[in-house]
Design a protein around this ligand. Structure first.
Ligand SMILES: [Zn+2]
Length: 527
């Protein structure tokens, strides 16, 4: 007898093939059969009544490794149909963190990942998984080894070339992380301290991955004026390492780069793939991003970490240099020059006296303080020891359309989880945004193409062999919904609203969400 029989579903199976009508049977956490099963016995029968049944959705780019310890974690994810997420992206993983630079690394991660959970210490990926295993999970969680964190353990925020010993230490941490079961490796070349690698040094740091088949996700060195060159750099790295690579959140920042750089990058990606380089990309379906607010500063000032940067922000001479660099520089991701301070909102402010600025853009804050925009920004950052985050409106909708239209592009959220403050709506709304806006309202993607980008494609990319498809033998991670009800409830002003329209979500054969209500099935696994 089946545990569950879902009858009369329109199955979108994760392959990208057209939807088909079928019954799907579940037993022992797996999909047991797909077809005409009406007359077969089952513990419980669910009439899908023509609703879509898809594999559980997968988001391979989130920053929730610390959030996974918080109360209520998994609800925002499950309500949008996510059954599996991979954290530790952009080089910024919270494991493995060890050695004398621990606190500096944690301070640097805070605007993206949040704080180290109370009573925890993730000196290795194994230690991370062990500690997470004590917290019941609604969904499956994986983690990548972040190479920024690893470099931080070896050399702090030192900006010079590394020595043999430091490379050896980086290699040992990387190999240990993979042995401990990380799903891959993430790079954050736009961030300190990885921005201090030249191409050769970066390749050397990744030496153990040569011909490994381990996937590398890449937040590139630049997403602004030199984004095309940054992609060329990564294709050089992919050629040298011969291991799968996924370019994270592909985009071109800045009005002058819109509609110009993404078409070039798509051409480069297509050519590289035709040449046999195993490279893909992903995109988040919003024209705004979110990361550390210090990301608007010239990266060279991040040498020495947050203490040194805070000092520089208070030093009149260095402030002046920063200001001039930001007014004209094109050799770094100069976000304020590219999109304007009015498109950069300060968030996750911690000081009580700064709460009136939460969610306001830098121009507004400067006006409220009667200061020049640069002074307002530098003062705010220095007073907050550089830990604020930002939501920055940086990309064009037409570029998002172009990337979504490529069959090898995945969809991710890049959800960040700072401890407090206004969050990006993608944390709660990424999947509904994709299904509601790009499938139902605009028809840019068919349902099967969109579903593939958040099921079969990422599962294949990350070698999750029992995930991402509806077929006998696969894990019974499933979503049941009516497309017309899917809705991103959160807004830019009030983003932390559970998504609407997902009816039932199975995780390992158990309904973790049943007809819109959370159940007490906590069967999520640590990958
Ligand atoms: Zn990133």
């Amino acid at each position: 007898m089946f545990d569950y029989l879902i009858r009369n579903a329109v199955v979108v199976d994760g392959t990208g093939n057209a939807p088909f009508e079928a019954d799907v049977a579940i037993r022992g956490g797996r999909i047991e059969a797909v077809g005409k099963l009406a007359d077969q016995p089952a513990g419980q029968v669910i009439d899908a009544a023509g609703r879509y049944l898809t594999p559980g959705f997968i988001d391979v780019h989130r920053h929730g490794e610390a959030a996974a310890f918080r109360d209520g974690y998994g609800k925002a994810e499950l309500a949008q149909g996510l059954t599996l997420v991979i954290n530790g992206n952009c080089g910024l993983s919270m494991a493995p963190i060890q050695g004398p630079n621990r606190q500096e690394i944690l301070d640097y991660l805070a605007p993206v990942v949040g704080d180290m959970p109370a009573g925890c210490d993730f000196t290795s990926v194994a230690e991370y998984k062990q500690q997470l295993s004590r917290v019941p999970q609604r969904i499956h969680n994986g983690i990548l080894v972040g190479m920024g964190t690893v470099r931080g353990c070896a050399a702090g925020f030192y900006d010079g070339p590394l020595n043999d010993e430091q490379y050896a230490f980086i290699h040992s941490l990387l190999k240990q992380g993979l042995e401990d079961g990380a799903q891959g490796v993430s790079l954050g070349l736009g961030y300190a301290p990885e921005c201090f690698y030249d191409t050769e040094g970066m390749i050397r740091s990744l030496e153990p991955l040569k011909d490994s088949g381990v996937v590398i996700t890449v937040h590139m060195r630049q997403e602004g004026d030199e984004v095309v060159e940054a992609l060329e750099e990564m294709l050089t790295v992919a050629r040298a390492l011969r291991t799968p690579m996924q370019i994270s959140h592909l985009k071109a920042i800045g009005t002058r780069n819109w509609d110009r750089c993404v078409p070039k990058m798509i051409e480069l990606l297509r050519a590289a793939r035709a040449e046999g380089i195993d490279v893909t990309c992903d995109v988040y379906p919003y024209p705004a991003g979110s990361t550390q607010l210090i990301h608007v500063l010239p990266p060279e000032f991040q040498a020495g970490g947050m203490d040194a940067l805070t000092e520089a922000l208070l030093d009149p001479g260095k402030r002046e240099i920063m200001k001039q660099r930001m007014k004209t520089g094109t050799d770094f991701e100069n976000i304020s020059l590219l999109v304007g301070f009015e498109n950069i909102q300060a968030t996750s402010l911690r000081l009580p006296e700064h709460q009136i600025y939460e969610g306001r853009n830098i121009v507004e804050i400067a006006r409220m303080q009667g200061k020049d925009v640069y002074d307002a920004l530098f003062d705010l950052l220095a007073a907050e020891h550089c830990t604020p985050a930002m939501i920055d409106r940086i990309t064009s909708d037409s570029d998002i359309d172009r990337i979504l239209s490529e069959p090898y592009s995945g969809v991710i959220s890049d959800a960040t989880y700072p401890e407090n403050g206004l969050m990006h709506p993608r944390v709660y709304g990424n999947i509904p945004r994709l299904l509601e806006h790009y499938v139902r309202e605009r028809g840019l993607l068919t349902i099967e193409a969109a579903v593939r980008k958040i099921t079969g494609l990422p599962a294949e990319r990350f070698c999750l062999k029992t995930k991402g498809h509806i077929a006998p033998g696969m894990d019974a991670d499933l979503c049941l919904f009516d497309l017309k009800n899917i809705h991103q409830t959160g807004t830019w002003q009030k983003p932390d609203q559970l998504a609407a329209g997902m009816d039932t979500v199975f995780v390992m054969g158990k309904p973790a969400l049943l007809e819109g209500e959370f159940t007490d099935h906590f069967v999520g696994q640590i990958l």
